[in-house]
Design a protein around this ligand. Structure first.
Ligand code: GLU
Length: 171
């Protein structure tokens, strides 16, 4: 079972997100990651090693911001690899797979109808950078976004079958 942390603050929240992940390490995980809203764009660091390595990566890549989400993953769909680690991004139809764009999302659990949704989103021009069921949710939320993130998420959830929790933010 993985872990999700999210935070918003006027100060840099990356140390808070990392500390949150450290507290969740005992639950077990195969990879981890953090995404923030920094300088008008979404940025992330991910690792298939320990949270301590993620912390070092985030520091060396100067990931510093007041809004972010973080995740420890226990893979169910897609190998434990950096490209499958959360957070996942959606930049919209026609964008390069994995491009940072608008939506950042982490997910705990399983989406049973991910194949059907993946086919639908691919046919609408969304490119996938991972084998996860999670990236499907990021693109689905993007496809329903019309200026109000909460509304987009509320419209996306009835389309998902399975047991899950998510944290999502948008640029
Ligand atoms: N099903 C998702 C994945 O394989 C989330 C797994 C989890 O709960 O960590 O990435």
């Amino acid at each position: 079972m993985c872990g999700i942390v999210g935070a918003v603050s006027p100060r840099n929240i990356v140390p808070v997100l990392i500390e949150g992940l450290k507290r969740l390490e005992y639950r077990g995980y195969d990879s981890c990651g953090v995404a923030v809203h920094q300088g008008g764009e979404l940025r992330r660091a991910r690792s298939t090693s320990r949270v301590a390595e993620l912390e070092a990566n985030a520091r060396s890549e100067e990931i510093i911001a007041g809004t972010g989400i973080a995740h420890t993953r226990w893979a169910t769909h897609g190998a434990p690899a950096v490209h499958n680690a959360h957070p996942h991004f959606s930049a919209g139809p026609g964008a390069q797979a994995g491009a940072s764009g608008r939506i950042a999302l982490v997910h705990n659990g399983i989406i049973e109808n991910h194949e059907e949704l993946r086919s639908e989103l691919k046919s609408r021009g969304y490119a996938f950078a991972s084998q996860t069921d999670t990236e499907v949710i990021a693109h689905l939320v993007h496809s329903l976004y019309a200026g109000d993130l909460l509304e987009a998420v509320q419209r996306a959830l009835p389309r998902l079958r399975g047991a899950y929790a998510i944290a999502v933010f948008c640029r």
